[in-house]
Design a protein around this ligand. Structure first.
Ligand code: HGY
Ligand code: MN
Ligand code: MN
Length: 414
C-alpha cells in the first residue's frame, strides 16, 4: 500500500525549480539551454539523485532518473514532463509532471512495493517551441521525427542552430541517431500535467483522464503587398499586407469555429508588420498560425479550406502569400487499457474524475508513437496557463501523484 503523496515536498520542489527564472518580476521564463534552464537541470538532477535514482542524459538533453526494478532487462515504465517554459509563464506547466513523477517514484521506493520493470521519470528537452520554433524537441527526436539534419536547420532568434547550441554544451551529436526509441523499448508512459483549461474546476473534479491529445500544425505566413504612404495612397489603390493578413486570420477563426471536430483550435499568436510605422501602409507581414485538432482528418480539411481561402484573399487584394509548414503533427488517442486503469484507481480512491481531450499538446503526443501512453490532469485555477496567474493547489497535485504512483506500480508489474 502506497503512502499519500507529501504536499510540502511537492511544493518545495515546485518552488525550488521556480528559483531558476529569467523574469522573476513577471511570471516564470525558463528557455531551453539558457542559464536558468541549465541551472534548473542541475537542481533537478541533484534532487533525483537524493531520491536514490540513477540519473543519465541523452544526446539532446533528455534526462532519465531510474528506480531499478527486480527485472531491469524488461522494458521500463516512464513518467515525466518538461521544465522549460513559454515567456512569462506560470510555475506548474511541465514542472508539475516532473515533480509529481519524482514524488511518485519516492512513494514506490519507500513503500518497498516490488516492481519488475525499471521506473523512470523523464525530463523531456524543450517541450515548448519558444527558442527554436518547434515543440517537443526531445520527445520528437525519440519518436524519430527530429533527425540531426532537422536540428541543424532549427535556428533561434540570434541565428544559432540547435546543433550549434548542443555542441557548445558538449552534447555528442554522433549520439543523435541513438535518440530514437524503437517499439518495445519502453513498456508504457504516463504523464501528469496541469489541465490548462477550466473543465475540471467547473465540474468539481480532481482528476482528468485524458482520452485524446490534440496535435499542432504550425505555419508561418508571409504576405507581400505594396509599402506606400498612409496619406498619399487612395483607399482604392492599396495592396495593404496587414489588412490582407487580418482577413486571412479572421477566415482561420471562422473555419475553426465551424469545424466538425470533437475538439479543435486555431490561433494567430505572432504578427510582424514591416516597416511598422504609423504613417506607412505595411508592405510585408509575417504571421504564425497554430492549428490543432484531436482528429487528423478534420484538421487536414480545415487546413486545406484555409489555404484555398487565403489564396482567394491574396488574389482579391493583389498581394502575394507564401505559407511555410513548420510541423503537421498527428494527434494521439491514449491507450485504452491505461485509461481504464486510471479510471479504476480514481474510483477506488473515491477521487472525482472526468474524461478529457487535451487541447494543449504534450511530450506524450510523441512518446505515444513508440509505446502505449496516457495522461492525467489536475485542475488549473480558472483554467489559466501560459501566464503568471497559473495555479494548481498542492492538494490536487498530491492526489494526482497518488493516482500516478499507483498506475506506474501496476504497469511496472505487468
Ligand atoms: O502549446 C502547447 O500546447 C503547450 O505549450 N504544450
Ligand atoms: Mn506549455
Ligand atoms: Mn506543458
Amino acid at each position: 500500500m502506497l503512502e499519500h503523496a507529501d504536499e510540502k515536498r511537492i511544493e518545495n520542489w515546485i518552488d525550488g525549480m521556480n528559483a531558476f527564472n529569467s523574469t522573476p518580476e513577471f511570471g516564470t521564463t525558463r528557455i531551453l539551454f539558457t542559464e536558468p534552464e541549465l541551472k534548473n537541470r542541475v537542481y533537478v538532477k541533484e534532487e533525483m539523485e537524493k531520491l536514490g535514482l540513477q540519473v543519465t542524459e541523452d544526446g539532446i538533453g533528455n534526462i532519465f532518473a531510474v528506480l531499478k526494478g527486480s527485472q531491469p532487462a524488461m522494458a521500463p515504465v516512464w513518467t515525466g514532463s518538461h521544465i522549460d517554459t513559454v515567456p512569462n509563464a506560470g510555475k506548474f506547466d511541465g514542472m508539475a509532471g516532473v515533480v509529481c513523477g519524482m514524488e511518485a517514484l519516492r512513494l514506490i521506493k519507500e513503500s518497498g512495493a516490488p516492481h519488475k520493470r525499471n521506473l523512470a521519470v523523464v525530463v523531456y528537452t524543450s517541450e515548448e517551441p519558444t527558442r527554436f520554433g518547434l515543440s517537443c524537441l526531445g520527445s520528437r527526436a525519440m519518436a524519430g521525427e527530429l533527425k540531426l539534419e532537422d536540428a541543424e536547420n532549427l535556428y533561434d532568434s540570434e541565428g544559432k542552430s540547435l546543433t550549434q547550441v548542443l555542441t557548445e554544451l558538449k552534447y555528442d551529436l554522433t549520439e543523435f541517431p541513438a535518440l530514437r526509441k524503437q517499439q518495445g523499448e519502453v513498456h508504457a508512459a504516463v504523464e501528469l500535467h496541469v489541465e490548462q483549461n477550466n473543465r475540471l474546476e467547473k465540474g468539481g473534479e480532481t482528476i482528468g483522464i485524458v482520452k485524446k491529445i490534440c496535435a499542432p500544425s504550425n505555419y508561418t505566413v508571409l504576405v507581400t503587398g505594396c509599402q506606400s504612404h498612409a496619406g498619399g495612397t487612395d483607399m482604392t489603390d492599396r495592396r495593404d499586407a496587414y489588412a490582407a493578413s487580418c482577413e486571412m486570420a479572421l477566415l482561420l477563426e471562422k473555419l475553426a469555429k465551424e469545424c466538425r471536430s470533437e475538439y479543435n483550435t486555431a490561433t494567430v499568436g505572432q504578427v510582424e508588420v514591416i516597416p511598422g510605422a504609423i504613417n506607412v501602409i505595411p508592405g510585408l507581414v509575417r504571421f504564425s498560425a497554430d492549428i490543432r485538432d484531436c482528429n487528423m482528418e478534420t484538421k487536414q480539411e480545415l487546413i486545406a479550406a484555409w489555404k484555398e481561402g487565403v489564396e482567394k484573399i491574396a488574389g482579391k487584394r493583389q498581394v502575394k502569400v507564401a505559407i511555410t509548414e513548420e510541423n503537421n503533427d498527428i494527434p494521439l488517442t491514449c491507450d485504452e487499457e491505461i485509461v481504464a486503469r486510471l479510471q479504476k484507481i480514481c474510483e477506488e480512491k473515491k477521487l472525482p474524475f472526468s474524461f478529457q481531450i487535451s487541447g494543449p499538446y504534450h511530450d506524450t503526443l510523441f512518446v505515444g508513437r513508440f509505446t502505449k501512453a496516457a495522461m492525467l490532469f489536475v485542475p488549473s485555477k480558472n483554467g489559466i496557463s501560459h501566464s503568471p496567474e497559473e495555479w494548481t493547489d498542492y492538494a490536487a497535485l498530491a492526489a494526482g501523484t497518488d493516482v500516478l504512483a499507483q498506475v506506474l506500480l501496476e504497469l511496472a508489474n505487468e
